[in-house]
Design a protein around this ligand. Structure first.
Ligand SMILES: [Zn+2]
Length: 435
């Protein structure tokens, strides 16, 4: 795997995954093609050394692992974590709006999104639909309209002269998406529209019951910049980390147990059936052990690297960073540290990563938020709290986080890949206690 192969794979992955459901489906497909065996939580598992497996929850979270040559009990597990969801507009349950001859859908905000970049984009819709099929059974299917079927037009500056001076956006009134002109005698109905789409993609659906449908930008991911030094795409936060983590796990030598968890709902706090604060990871780790004592022994020897994008220093807004902690794009993964545990990194886990990067000749940077600003967070502290596994928070530096189109460096995914692969192959973690 070289840098251009990894980046091309990343661009394809970003395009194929407009929603967490599609991310899990795409990852499952790729894992299957690399010899991973699918497991189901409802079954008994008979895990074998040298084998690789994956399991999904809610179709939107996934855990993949290599059981290693030995036993988790003797070495612990090298874990990588990331999240499958990204901020976006989500279609409401009863979304149909007819106004001034237009057919529109009501939407709500999913996560802490930057709203302004969503205007004047060519939007499509995708997600999961639950329906009754022609045999009367209730089924789930993924759906993707693929082409641009909607938009949110801006108000012209002539009608809002203050548009460039601190304009506020009201999602309820300003952002219902516009789909078409409406014929008065045949009003559109969103469930009917989904039914037609299901039928077109070959599902024998009779009635759409419910759905989770998200809007997304149809502009494909791209390498941009004069020397192709940047990656521009929706959902870089955090599908970049999901993809790179998956490649690292696939390509690792498989000698020690290694695991990747990619969970949904990080952007809304991770407290859900499929989220990092749920039971998913502990339930899988418990399958590696026969007793609770063994589980404690495994977690004590394990470590997690939680990977989620960081804020690179922006040339137009340099004062938003601490002078000594402004990570540069294309200068390597960033160790994220916060005194108040908004990140789970501690001196031991960050030192181990620094050492690992040094050995691999990979540049490494660090980020601490300005002391007069609030700090974001991610799945690291949550996973550490839920599992008791020591954790490190890192990520590639990026711009425009939570915009409809974000930006990262074209060199950083490969640096990240090298570091994560080396971590998955780490035979022994340093002795923990010095007291
Ligand atoms: Zn994130």
């Amino acid at each position: 795997m070289n840098q251009s192969q990894l980046n091309q794979g990343l661009l394809d992955f970003l395009k194929a995954c407009p929603t967490p459901f599609h991310a899990v489906k795409t990852m499952a497909k790729q894992l299957l093609s690399h010899g991973f065996v699918r497991l189901y939580e409802k079954d008994e598992w008979n895990l074998q050394p040298g084998q690789r497996y994956f399991v999904t929850r809610n179709d939107s979270s996934i855990i993949a692992f290599d059981y290693g040559q030995g036993e988790p009990l003797s070495s612990g597990v090298r874990m990588l974590g990331a999240h499958t969801d990204s901020p976006c507009l989500k279609v409401k349950p009863q979304p149909d709006i007819n106004k001034q001859g237009f057919y529109q859908l009501g939407v709500e905000k999913y996560g802490g999104m930057l709203l302004n970049p969503w205007f004047d984009r060519d939007l499509s819709m995708a997600g999961r639909v639950t329906y009754v099929n022609t045999a009367g059974e209730v089924c789930n299917a993924l759906i993707d309209f693929e082409r641009a079927v909607a938009t949110v037009p801006s108000l012209a500056i002539h009608l809002d002269r203050k548009a460039n001076d601190g304009r506020t956006v009201n999602v309820q009134t300003d952002m219902p998406i516009v789909l078409s002109m409406q014929e008065a005698d045949t009003p559109e109905n969103f469930r009917q529209l989904l039914l037609t789409q299901l039928t077109e993609q070959g599902d024998a659906a009779r009635q759409v019951l419910d759905y989770e449908i998200y809007c997304y930008d149809t502009q494909p991911p791209a390498l941009i910049g004069l020397k192709h030094e940047f990656i521009a795409s929706a959902r870089l936060d955090n599908l970049l980390s999901c993809y790179v983590g998956m490649q690292a796990l696939i390509d690792a030598d498989g000698k020690v147990p290694a695991l990747l968890i990619c969970t949904d709902h990080e952007e809304v706090g991770s407290a859900s059936v499929a989220g990092a604060q749920g039971t998913f990871l502990n339930a899988v780790l418990a399958r590696f052990c026969n007793t609770n004592t063994q589980l404690s022994q495994v977690t004590a020897q394990s470590m997690m690297i939680s990977v989620d994008n960081a804020h690179g220093i922006h040339p137009n807004f340099t004062d938003k960073h601490d002078n000594n902690h402004g990570p540069l794009i294309n200068k390597g993964p960033v160790i994220k540290i916060n005194a108040n545990q908004r990140y789970a990194s501690n001196s031991e886990t960050s030192a181990l990563f620094r050492h690992l990067c040094e050995q691999q000749d990979i540049p490494v940077q660090s980020f601490v938020v300005r002391s007069d600003m609030g700090c974001g967070s991610t799945i690291g502290p949550i996973a550490a709290t839920e599992t008791g596994v020591k954790t490190l928070d890192i990520g590639v530096p990026s711009f425009a986080m939570h915009s409809i189109r974000e930006m990262a460096g074209a060199d950083d995914p490969f640096y990240l890949y090298g570091a994560l692969k080396a971590f998955c192959e780490l035979q022994q973690l340093p002795e923990s206690s010095c007291v």
